[in-house]
Write a protein that binds this ligand. Structure first.
Ligand SMILES: Cc1cc2nc3c(=O)[nH]c(=O)nc-3n(C[C@H](O)[C@H](O)[C@H](O)COP(=O)(O)OP(=O)(O)OC[C@H]3O[C@@H](n4cnc5c(N)ncnc54)[C@H](O)[C@@H]3O)c2cc1C
Length: 389
């Protein structure tokens, strides 16, 4: 099944099989009174943002607007609104699903609730979701953008970030990154192609309180503080040009409960070796509202983790395939002993059955039972596959 075609492991397409490409199904309908949105299964997030922003509303998604609603949501959905409003699945109200046997059913808390539980984190294992219904929140303009520091200050800034984000209100989201500054405006030329550490912020609280919220950030003396008032869809699409279609990706991932000084030293070692301009490492907070859902309430298990980490090797040139993948693998291997044990399924390659089990911990057996009920012959198996019990 192919939604937005963004799956890093290439699971939106297969050889010698049938691809169900949903990209022709892109309709979005907002109900502003009920604060809900109905989204067809092939939508990209930009389709949703475009429609909901007109009403001053939004639902949690990711950080790049061309990512598919289908794959991102079914794996969990982590982005700029996570701390304030939870994961995408925490805002999913219902889904229309075509099952392996051809039946079309609706899943929600009150209807086919076992399937609804499994869809919220279990990925594309259970059927083709033709339509999603999400809850919306009043999000219109946000105070958002990146703060950059020179890479040499990386260890100090990671330690500062670890403490700051733990105490920050849910209205403030900020994911940490090691990255190379792209040689384009609005970045000043002095920073072009410099390796830096960064936090990309999104403040959804009272605009009058934004200065106070960002005062401790400015007090660190950054090289650039690019936070400004932006319409939410502008933030959502700010990195689309950097991560354009056709790039070659190889990524690895893990959840993290903490960020020890020892782990930070390893981060620095690998950050200095960022292999290409597009390659990056992100730590996405998964606390705040996402922590207020129990680890067995949805299939997404790591409700106790503080960050979803991802080690991302990206480059347009096939000649660099080995370089970017070796860097991402080595980085994750080094940090894995400091991780929570499993990874966010949407940030994985094809890494084997044991690794998939690690992602779901004690939720795996219930997922496996749901798989037996809804797809006993494992028709839908080009995904982070859950085996039928
Ligand atoms: C540039 C980029 C940025 C990203 N940013 C984020 C982010 O900020 N937050 C985040 O959480 N993730 C992010 N991701 C990861 C993303 O969530 C996964 O790669 C996800 O699989 C993409 O979904 P898709 O529909 O675009 O993928 P596709 O490649 O089209 O599909 C991947 C899998 O999703 C399933 N699927 C897709 N649509 C449906 C459907 N309608 N019904 C049933 N199954 C379906 C299928 O199992 C398929 O195998 C990003 C990925 C990229 C490449």
């Amino acid at each position: 099944m192919r939604g937005g075609g963004h799956n890093g492991g290439g699971l939106g397409i297969c050889d010698d099989g049938l691809v169900i490409d949903l990209s022709g199904m892109r309709s979005v309908r907002v109900d502003p009174a009920a604060r809900t949105v109905r989204v067809e299964g092939g939508c990209q997030w930009r389709d949703v943002d475009h429609a909901t922003h007109a009403f001053g509303l939004a639902t949690p998604s990711g950080i790049i607007s061309t990512t598919g609603v289908g794959g991102l949501t079914l794996g969990g959905g982590i982005g700029h609104l996570t701390r304030r409003y939870g994961l995408s699945i925490d805002n999913l109200l219902s889904a229309d699903v075509v099952l392996a046997d051809g039946r079309l059913i609706t899943a929600s808390e009150s209807n086919n609730s076992d399937l609804f539980w499994a869809l919220r984190g279990g990925g594309g294992n259970f059927g083709v979701v033709t339509s999603f219904e999400f809850r919306l929140h009043p999000v219109s303009d946000v105070m958002a953008g990146p703060t950059l520091w020179p890479l040499e200050r990386g260890a100090e800034i990671m330690q500062w970030y670890r403490a700051f984000i733990a105490e920050a209100p849910d209205e403030l989201n900020g994911f940490f990154a090691f990255m190379t500054v792209p040689p384009v405006a609005p970045f000043p030329e002095t920073l072009h192609l410099q390796k830096v550490c960064a936090v990309v912020w999104c403040w959804t609280g009272d605009p009058a309180k934004a200065d106070a919220a960002f005062a401790p950030v400015l007090a660190t003396g950054p090289a650039l503080h690019g936070v400004q008032a932006l319409p939410f869809p502008v933030l959502q699409s700010a990195f689309d040009g950097l991560y354009s279609p056709g790039l070659q990706w190889y990524w690895r991932a893990d959840f993290f409960n903490d960020l020890s000084d020892e782990a930070i030293a390893l981060h620095m070692q690998h950050a200095r070796q960022l292999p290409t301009m597009h390659s990056t490492m992100h730590l996405y907070p998964v606390d705040g509202a996402a922590h207020r859902v129990g680890r067995n309430e949805t299939a997404f298990s790591y409700r106790d983790a503080r960050w979803a980490g991802v080690f991302v090797g990206v480059d347009p040139d096939a000649a660099n395939a080995d370089r970017i993948s070796a860097w991402a693998r080595d980085y994750q291997t080094a940090l894995h002993p400091y991780s929570s044990g499993g990874a966010y399924v949407n940030f994985m390659m094809e890494e084997g059955e044991d690794r998939v089990r690690d992602c779901f911990r004690d939720n795996y057996s219930r997922l496996s039972a749901a798989k037996r009920e809804f797809d006993p012959d494992n028709l839908f198996r080009v995904n982070q596959n859950i085996k039928p019990a």
